[in-house]
Ligand binder design. Sequence first.
Ligand SMILES: Nc1ncnc2c1ncn2[C@@H]1O[C@H](COP(=O)(O)OP(=O)(O)OP(=O)(O)O)[C@@H](O)[C@H]1O
Length: 215
Amino acid sequence: MAENGLFLDDVSIALNGHRLVALAHSVAPGEVLTVMGPSGSGKSTLLAYIGGFLAPAFEASGKVFSDGLELTALPAEDRHVGILFQDPLLFPHMSVGGNLIFAIPASVKGKAARYALAEAALEGVGLAGMAARDPDTLSGGQKARVALARALLSAPRMLLLDEPFSKLDAELRGQMRELVFAKARDSALPVVLVTHDAADAEAAGGSIVRIGNAQ
Ligand SMILES: Nc1ncnc2c1ncn2[C@@H]1O[C@H](COP(=O)(O)OP(=O)(O)OP(=O)(O)O)[C@@H](O)[C@H]1O
């Protein structure tokens, strides 16, 4: 078992008796495992299993470890997994800062300390001073950055990325993936990236697994 990082120990997921995913893989801190495969092959399902929110329709086995700690039996809220989806999914009724402060673990006490963390996270994604903004006034690329800052603020053990760049235009897409991978390296977070885009996989630079037709 890999001591550091994420380890998927013979993970197998089936739907109606048909096996979708069979995977054994480790992802070192700061590295990216890219998961590719046709639509409906089970890529998002694999992320749901790792994150602890697999729908009951699926039958799954295999263990998930993070830094040697087994997560498999833990509920999603205790797994401390940072997730980015295709849509940034910011709360529209909160300011940008509110969206960030919401994600900070309750163990960080004091309004000033929580505000300072949120400000620093915004600065870290190139959005210094934007805490008071309404999320609806941000561009798609800015929203994606806020979602990244929010995921990082939650003190995650890993990042799970479900096509997070696919709605961005080519230039923003390149910038955003560099930012995400740099943050993952800086924070020594293992990353599982689901994508249809070979350029994403190439930029990620780690291992690529294909599920679906290849099995
Ligand atoms: N909650 C659910 N209950 C039952 N079946 C589901 C559920 N969610 C997804 N599925 C089915 O499980 C299979 C895998 O879906 P999944 O979303 O993991 O595919 P994917 O590879 O991520 O696809 P895409 O590239 O289109 O996002 C599909 O056949 C899908 O219809």
